[in-house]
Design a protein around this ligand. Sequence first.
Ligand SMILES: [Zn+2]
Length: 366
Amino acid sequence: MQLQSIIHFFEKIAPPSLQEGYDNAGLIVGNPEMEIKKALICLDSIPEVVEEAILIGANLIVAHHPIVFSGLKKFNGKTHVERAVMLAIKNDIAIYAIHTNLDNVLHNGVNQKIAEKLGLINCSILEPKGGQLQKLVVFCPDSHAEELRQALFNAGAGRIGNYDACSFNSHGDGSFRANTGAKPFVGEIGKKHWEPEIRIEIVFPKHLAGQVIKAMKAAHPYEEVAYDIYQLENTWQDAGSGLIGELPEALTTAEFLKLLKTNMQVPLVRHTPGAGEQIRRVALCGGSGSFLLNKAIASGADVFVSSDFKYHQFFENEGKIMIADIGHYEGEYFTVELLGNLLTENFRTFAVVFSGIDTNPIKYYC
Ligand SMILES: [Zn+2]
């Protein structure tokens, strides 16, 4: 299996355009045309993990965190980043990172995996992302409207929340005059023509723009397709930061903390007192999520599960929500399972191995 097929698969789940500005997700080391025989899945592609890949004969490392965030100027092995990159290049091992783009998707994302471990239901994005949606308006003769709509749906347009095949259609009359050299589908050269047309309106996430326009042009009968693309102000419900969901039944704060510790397999939970007696609504964010505290409070959640809270940030809940800090590594640990399962379920031509190395730089002395 060529590496580019694997990248294409991951990028359909977590489009690179959804990564945050500081991130460096994507193919960090390697050639997309490499033939992959074995993949090693981890959170951090540190030198020890690259050595593990060499040992087991894996030529692809899929990591959640990019090993390189900013430019490297020297390659002499002084830092763990340089050592990991040098070792990978020397041994023909590709490193691919799927980071904040995977944090920012609802389906098959980092946060959905945590929600699944906690048994949450009715999950949605805590802070949906703006600037991601566009609307296509295209004018089509009645006879070809259904075929065109279907082609647009197949290209990924027309999805709103749990609905697909969404479009709005209005009838009207289009006018045009084909000039010399044109090959009009209807009408005659040099004569103004009126044609009953349907104005089809359909939304799509902007990362699909290329394939949506390609599908539109392929399915439309006109030589020149009249269409408009608008940028929408709406947020996109399928992408953004954090997640909010519900426990099937309310738990006491003690019961919830026990569930959290057990199901997330964490050695300890740093937490504030609960705002009430019970926990039902749960906001969460894998990795460093303190920036979402106010969103979690506004969402009416009883608890906000995340990590990397500093001492003073524990006061910022103002007694309105319980903060539960489970640790960065621990919060994202099941991302490895998520990525490994996605690969094994969708590819049968190469082996997938979970890294056996605990890459958590933080140890607990209890
Ligand atoms: Zn992280």
